[in-house]
Design a protein around this ligand. Structure first.
Ligand SMILES: NC(=O)C1=CN([C@@H]2O[C@H](COP(=O)(O)OP(=O)(O)OC[C@H]3O[C@@H](n4cnc5c(N)ncnc54)[C@H](O)[C@@H]3O)[C@@H](O)[C@H]2O)[C@@H](O)CC1
Ligand SMILES: [K+]
Length: 504
């Protein structure tokens, strides 16, 4: 699914109005009815609504939602926050409609007119600003936003939390942005909704399709994508009948050190469960017994080091390598990694301490095979890419790194972002906070290496693996809980994930 800029979304609205064709007030009515339906499904008739409207089309949405809920018998109060006299035509039309219906409607001109916010079974609907925000909120609008953030326990923002810019908030004043519990956004995700730093404002966000013209969307150009089932399904290969284990590649997991053998075991198990034909674990001697007992399906190749990986010859040809979980940063391990990368000619997966070592040694970065997949979490990423001020700058640094190394950079977090060397970025839609647990990254490394071994291109591998990993997390959380989720649970879910994705 594409992520478009505010400018493109405005164009999409205009294109839809012209070519569907539909009058703009009807498009607003459609958008509002998607919101009021969502609200009615979630909150019963005992809930009341206080709807705060700006004077643009976002405010127009608020007025239309108010009317629709009122018609269904809800207790609705509407407030126009008169921060400007320039009302949009569709706002004026909807204002007339609610005035004709005697819906409680007040115009707020100064903070002393802010109404008390009802606390029990009450929803505040925020429609002050949407994608038309063109400068940080000030004056009455800013005061209203602060007041609602202080007084309302349950705010739902329409299209965007008011005060939040759809893309770049680096110059914004975040004291004057609505803190919503839910954001109902139209048709396509906006970039700002995907940034972790905006989580406190956006809350949970939901996409409501409003029928923007599909031709405009399919022709629109963008580097940003939201990764959904629709994109992933066609990428998956079904196994053919006359295949054998040699048809599904050979993974080599290069991982572990004394006390961190769990990381190696998790990555190895994940590679096995990903469908790879054969998996070899290259580990320090101390891990031999634990690996062979816990994971009898894997072969073990002992490194010359007992407690850590140190220089020894490792065959890399014919393997998909997953390098880094639990290896530590000992001087001999650094030398080992350098020699390994020098030797390796096909794309590999680099994670954890492999990334930390590379961060400290620029010359080592040049040895990374083209189209390798790097999977840093934010701290590891910062070590390689340097400091950044906010999530937009972080994204730029991610693009720079992917281009510089000619690699795929998978930056882990809520909505993990996958950046291709040509600058395309995919934000993942699956996963949950339960996955922020030790070992979950090791599982991803094994899964990526396992898919890479099976002949998927590095780009498709990264997309599929991140999506599947998140889906396994969602299944695990649904079966148990977000709180209790541990990394092995993810591996246990791979079977169900593949069954649902490939056979359905
Ligand atoms: N155009 C369409 O056909 C549709 C638009 N929709 C809604 O329309 C919204 C966009 O509407 P608008 O473009 O009218 O803009 P908004 O309603 O987001 O913004 C309100 C107006 O306030 C002014 N403004 C911007 N920043 C300000 C600030 N800091 N202080 C004071 N005034 C400021 C702008 O001139 C803008 O016209 C979307 O977010 C969505 O909610 C939906 O109804 C779907 C259809
Ligand atoms: K809003």
């Amino acid at each position: 699914m594409k992520i478009l800029s505010a400018e493109q979304i405005r164009e999409a609205d205009q294109y839809t109005i012209k070519y569907e064709p539909i009058v703009s007030s009807e498009l607003m009515e459609r958008a509002a009815s998607k919101c009021s339906e969502w609200l009615r499904k979630k909150y019963d008739i005992h809930y009341s609504y206080q709807i705060f409207c700006g004077v643009g089309n976002n405010g127009g949405d608020g007025l239309a939602i108010a009317r629709q809920l009122f018609q269904k018998g809800f207790d609705v109060k509407v407030y126009q926050v008169a921060f400007s006299s320039k009302k949009s035509p569709d706002f004026i039309l909807n204002e007339k409609r609610i005035q004709d219906m005697d819906i409680p409607y007040k115009i707020i001109k100064r903070p002393s007119e802010f109404p008390p916010i009802k606390q029990q079974k009450n929803i505040v609907i925020d429609t002050l600003f949407g994608s038309g925000l063109n400068r940080p909120a000030r004056g009455l609008a800013a005061d209203m936003i602060s007041y609602l953030n202080q007084e309302s326990r349950h705010t739902i923002s329409i299209d965007l939390p008011s005060g939040l810019f759809p893309e770049d908030n680096s110059e914004n004043d975040m004291d004057f942005v609505i803190k919503a519990r839910h954001t109902l956004t139209f048709e396509l995700p906006k970039l700002a909704l995907l940034f972790p730093e905006n989580g406190p404002f956006v809350g949970q966000w939901h996409l409501l399709p409003i029928g923007l013209h599909p031709r405009f969307i399919s022709e629109a150009e963008t580097n940003y994508h939201f990764l959904t089932l629709e994109e992933i399904k066609p990428l998956l290969q079904k196994r053919k009948k006359y295949t054998h284990k040699g048809s599904f590649g050979h993974v080599k997991i290069v991982a572990g050190s004394r006390g961190k053998m769990g990381a190696a075991i998790l990555a190895t198990k994940a590679a096995l469960r990903s469908g790879a034909g054969l998996v070899t674990a290259h580990i320090p001697g101390c891990g031999l017994e634990s690996m062979q007992t816990s994971t009898p399906e894997a072969m073990v190749e002992e490194n010359s080091g007992t407690n850590i990986l140190q220089e020894s010859s490792v065959e890399t040809t014919g393997y998909s390598l997953g390098i880094g979980p639990g290896i530590g940063k000992d001087h001999s391990t650094k030398n080992f990694l350098r020699a390994l990368l020098k030797n390796c000619k096909s794309p590999a997966v680099l994670d954890a301490d492999a990334l930390n070592i590379i961060a400290e040694d620029e010359s080592c970065q040049k040895l990374i095979p083209a189209l390798s997949i790097l999977t840093p979490h934010p701290k590891e990423f910062q070590r390689i890419a340097g400091e950044y001020k906010g999530d937009l700058e972080k994204l730029q640094k991610q693009k720079d790194l992917a281009r510089k190394l000619n690699c795929i950079v998978v930056l882990k977090g809520a909505h993990t972002s996958i950046c291709m060397p040509d600058g395309r970025i995919y934000f993942n839609s699956t996963g949950n906070p339960g996955m922020a647990t030790g070992g979950s990254g090791d599982v991803l490394t094994g899964l990526i290496a396992g898919l890479l071994a099976q002949g998927y291109s590095p780009e498709n591998t990264a997309l599929i693996a991140v999506f599947l990993h998140g889906m396994a997390g969602d299944y695990a959380a649904a079966e148990e809980s977000v709180e209790s989720l541990i990394a092995s649970d993810l591996i246990h879910q791979f079977g169900k994930v593949f069954r649902n994705l490939i056979d359905s």
